[in-house]
Write a protein that binds this ligand. Structure first.
Ligand code: PLP
Length: 264
């Protein structure tokens, strides 16, 4: 059935082919500080498929800053997947550590912390939230929306938008079971969260990933816009479902943030 809802998409996926979407916005303040303070190397953490580490490796390569990626899983090598391979080629020092050590964010002794800037896992931090301000300014210079919707990983993007006190309702689609962490971060940064949707996390089952993969393919066929199952796929799936359930009033104007994440 047709619903009378207006949906616009903010194409942050088009910012850059490698440093897509919110990863650039989240990194820029850190990079800026590194440059201002003559910092020699940037260290960060992530999984084997981390978009954040991938973006950091590339930016550091471009700007001639040394980067260190501490990667979860000591069974991995630089040849475990094409992204790690690329990051290594761009000059990132990749250090593979066990899951136990990763949990406590262990930094190996040979890394000189006195000349380094350390970005928390997934790029989350006050500076990342601050980096989203630019996105908000761009949104604000466009038209008014009743609702803004984005996916949530660490929550930096979502909290950055909430922080701006726009006249819109801000919806975050959770992609992981980390609601309490998001709420704690929000409290710590003194930001009020708005609508958080937990119904689209899916599980780790093959069936779930099949549903999401198919959804992303259908979306591409219909709209010619690439999305991926982890973040933007879950978000658009959630958006469609909420629209289907008449969650939004007729004539609502919705802005969707396409946060990127499609690696080419
Ligand atoms: C990293 C990432 C997110 C999560 O953003 P947070 O600011 O960490 O919540 C969302 N979408 C895509 C495509 C990402 O790569």
């Amino acid at each position: 059935m047709e619903k009378d809802i207006h949906v616009s998409i903010k194409r942050d996926d088009l910012i850059h082919p490698i440093i897509t979407g919110n990863k650039w916005r989240k990194l820029r303040e850190y990079i800026h500080i590194a440059q201002l303070n003559g910092i020699k190397q940037i260290i960060s953490f992530g999984g084997a498929y981390s978009n954040h580490l991938f973006a950091l490796a590339y930016v550091s390569h471009l700007l001639g800053i040394k980067s260190v990626g501490i990667v979860r899983g000591d069974e991995l090598t630089v040849n475990s997947n094409p992204y790690l391979h690329k990051m290594n080629e761009w000059g990132m020092e990749l250090i593979f550590i066990s899951r136990e050590k990763y949990k406590v964010k262990h930094i190996p002794n040979h890394i000189d912390l006195t000349v380094s800037l350390c970005i928390p896992e997934g790029g989350f931090g006050e500076l990342a939230v601050q980096g989203i301000e630019k996105l908000v300014i761009e949104i604000n210079s466009e038209e008014e929306y009743d609702h803004i919707i984005c996916p949530i990983g660490t929550g930096a993007t979502y909290l950055g938008i909430c922080k701006a006190n726009l006249n819109s309702q801000i919806h975050g689609i959770l992609t992981l079971n980390n609601l309490s962490e998001i709420q704690a971060n929000a409290k710590h940064l003194n930001i009020s969260t708005q609508q958080l949707h937990e119904d689209y996390i899916f599980g780790k089952y093959a069936k779930d990933s099949k549903i999401l993969d198919e959804f992303c393919q259908l979306f591409l066929d219909k709209h010619h816009i690439k999305i991926e199952p982890i973040y933007t796929g879950r978000m658009f799936f959630g958006l469609y479902d909420l629209i289907k359930k008449d969650y939004f009033k007729p004539k609502s104007r919705i802005l969707v943030i396409h946060t990127g994440g499609v690696k080419n």
